[in-house]
Design a protein around this ligand. Structure first.
Ligand SMILES: Cc1cc2nc3c(=O)[nH]c(=O)nc-3n(C[C@H](O)[C@H](O)[C@H](O)COP(=O)(O)OP(=O)(O)OC[C@H]3O[C@@H](n4cnc5c(N)ncnc54)[C@H](O)[C@@H]3O)c2cc1C
Length: 201
């Protein structure tokens, strides 16, 4: 279940992160001497090799979701829900809202795949990205929780850094899940309308 999400979603993030790394260095980032541009070039292959992200997304919606009619995904979503219920984080409600979207998106995807397993895959990429943003948030909150637990090896500054990272993520990265949800909710019709002639024009 995790493989296409980890491979697909994280390698998409790598494009943005390495591009931002160039940006923060300004012109110096773009020229070769800083070495930053090399990271961006190296990262560009990640969404292609060991299965393109398009294929990873199709794997998620097909072999991982549709093949057992959503059972394994439901159990993952339940696990996330149970942990969020216990969470004392100020961000828990934001993650719960995305969890709700993920549940609805799962239903849309299952019903699209039921109607047409080929065209249904048109929702696959957005579904993979939505799940990635949700799981990223869930694990960020878990990391904060663990960093504060008794026996944690982290000092106060490190704990604060985990918390800041999770807060930034929940406020500024997680909302992107909503855009992928919208794309799934708006549905299949503009994809169904495409035929071979659409690509020849
Ligand atoms: C630097 C590099 C190193 C590599 N190293 C290895 C290696 O060590 N071992 C190895 O086995 N391979 C290796 N590969 C190959 C790599 O695994 C493939 O390039 C990769 O899986 C993509 O396959 P492809 O290039 O044939 O693209 P294609 O499969 O032709 O894909 C082209 C595009 O079409 C899309 N697409 C393809 N099929 C479908 C479909 N059914 N439905 C919808 N969209 C589809 C893809 O998402 C992609 O956007 C390497 C490639 C590179 C570039």
């Amino acid at each position: 279940m995790y493989t296409p999400i980890v491979k697909g979603w994280i390698t998409e993030q790598a494009q943005e992160i390495t591009s931002l790394a160039i940006q923060v260095h300004g012109g110096m980032g773009f020229i070769e001497e800083t070495g930053v541009a090399q990271h961006a070039r190296d990262a560009r292959i990640l969404p292609i090799y060991e299965g393109t992200n398009g294929i990873q997304a199709i794997d998620l919606i097909g072999r991982k979701l549709y093949s057992d009619k959503g059972k394994a995904m439901a159990s993952l979503l339940e696990e996330i829900e149970a942990e969020l219920k216990e969470s004392t984080s100020v961000h828990a409600d934001k993650v719960k809202a995305v969890l709700h979207q993920a549940k609805r998106a799962t239903e849309y995807c299952l019903s699209s795949m039921q109607k047409n397993p080929v065209l249904g895959t048109g929702l696959a990429y957005s579904y993979m990205m939505l799940m990635g943003y949700l799981i990223g948030a869930w694990l960020q909150l878990r990391a904060v929780q663990l960093s504060k637990q008794e026996g944690s090896q982290l000092d106060n500054a490190q704990q604060k850094s985990w918390l800041q990272s999770a807060s930034f993520y929940c406020d500024h990265v997680l909302p992107r899940a909503g855009a992928h949800f919208d794309s799934i909710e708006r549905g299949q019709s503009s994809i169904d309308d495409l035929d071979e002639n659409s690509f020849n024009r």
